[in-house]
Ligand binder design. Structure first.
Ligand code: ZN
Length: 127
């Protein structure tokens, strides 16, 4: 019923635009708690180098998290979980890695078929 969120009309997984060799991750890394290699934001994924299949899959998982939360919802929750983790772990990099959005992406990015059968709001299983 909600498949149109995640799949194109031709049945293929909805994907963002990949922008490789971009300066965006380098610039964002000055203010981020981690060194960003690639970042999914809105309909784009910016990467400072080139992207292999696993990294692309990781970022498409983030794209689908954003699609189901109408983008803004994911951005707000992403910050919320990061701040929550920062209080808990007192380490920005650990807080990043422990957010449910990252935990879902890291747990499944090596499975290139993951998004074909992913449940809606699957990140909630990683809270
Ligand atoms: Zn990630």
């Amino acid at each position: 019923m909600y498949n149109f969120i995640y799949f194109n009309d031709d049945g293929k997984i909805r994907k963002p635009w990949f922008v490789e060799n971009s300066k965006v991750p380098i610039i964002l890394s000055y203010v981020a708690p981690i060194d960003i290699y690639a970042i999914a934001f809105g309909p784009f994924v910016w990467c400072r180098g080139t992207m292999g299949d696993q990294l692309k899959n990781h970022e498409v998982i983030h794209y689908h998290q954003q699609l189901e939360l109408l983008f803004v919802g994911q951005w707000l929750l992403y910050v919320f979980y990061w701040l929550k983790g920062l209080i808990k772990y007192k380490d920005g990099a650990v807080a990043y890695r422990e957010s449910p959005f990252e935990r879902e992406a890291y747990a499944n990015d090596q499975n290139l078929d993951y998004l074909k059968n992913r449940e809606r709001f699957a990140w909630r299983k990683y809270t």
